[in-house]
Design a protein around this ligand. Structure first.
Ligand code: SIN
Ligand code: MN
Length: 266
């Protein structure tokens, strides 16, 4: 899937792109059906919410589950990532964020590049997320909040927050957020399962807690330019990968194929 010149310009202007129905209902149902088995596992890659046993983030699932491995090779992710980053890419991070009904906690205002720079020694903001909604994302279940155009500010000073949630994050001060919002406003892209969202490594974003009765699972794949490999290995390899092998695009139906093969092998 190739982005049009208009889409490339929109990404450059706003820092994100949103696509309803990017993956089919069948593909999205396949992805969703794999998640309970992932979240049920007791493994260090599964980070739990502060308040209990609910999974907040399942990292590196593409390294042990063939359906998610196929997803990171989907041409619908790999090709736009190469266009937007103007290079071949490798996977810096893979995560499924659960944002579980009632329990899903806040993600404070931040830029992903803040963490990639400070913790992983990533030289430049030439990495980005391509994400797919597994559930419907609505105004109640903790949608992502973006500050459009904030990516143009580059890396913004941030503080390491080790206490607010169960997951350490480099977060941005409220007075800086207030100024950015005056300029760009806030958007909360909402849509059905299968919607995709691509966003720049320096786009300022966060998400409120999920106090609704609906889960809000989103899968994020972070692609990084192969010339921009991380230089610091402070975080575990399952959070900040050290395999810099370029990711190739598989067939467009690779997710459904992988699911069929997985069933046949079981
Ligand atoms: C993130 O910013 O990395 C995750 C935000 C979310 O899933 O709500
Ligand atoms: Mn983030």
């Amino acid at each position: 899937m190739k982005l049009t010149p208009e889409q490339l310009k929109q990404f450059d202007d706003d820092g994100y792109l949103f696509f309803p129905n990017y993956f089919s209902p069948e593909e999205t149902a396949i992805l969703k059906s794999e998640i309970p088995g992932v979240f049920a596992q007791r493994r260090e890659e599964n980070v739990r919410e502060k308040t209990g046993d609910v999974v907040r983030t399942a990292f590196a699932v593409h390294t042990y589950n063939p359906v998610f491995e196929a997803l990171v090779h989907s041409p619908r992710f790999v090709e736009p990532a190469e266009q937007l980053l103007r290079d071949k890419t490798y996977i810096h991070q893979f995560k499924i964020n659960g944002k579980a009904a009632f329990d899903g906690d806040v993600w404070q205002w931040h830029q992903d590049y803040g963490t990639w720079k400070a913790d992983d020694g990533m030289p430049e903001a030439r990495a980005m997320n391509l994400a797919v909604f597994v559930d419907e994302v609505n105004e109640f279940n903790g949608p992502l909040y973006f500050i459009p155009k904030s990516h143009k500010k580059g890396a913004i000073e941030a503080k390491h927050d080790l206490t607010t949630t169960s997951y350490p994050l480099w977060v941005i001060d409220n007075d800086v957020i207030a100024k950015l919002v005056k300029q760009g406003g806030i958007v909360a892209p909402k849509g059905g399962p299968g919607s995709a969202i691509f966003f720049h490594g320096t786009l300022v974003h966060g998400s409120p807690p999920n106090m609704s009765p609906w889960d809000r699972q989103i899968i994020y794949v972070t692609y990084n330019s192969v010339q921009n490999a991380i230089t610091r290995h402070k975080r575990p390899a399952y959070i900040a990968h050290r395999d810099f092998t370029p990711i190739d695009a598989w067939e467009d139906d690779c997710v459904t194929r992988a699911a069929r093969q997985k069933v046949a092998a079981e």
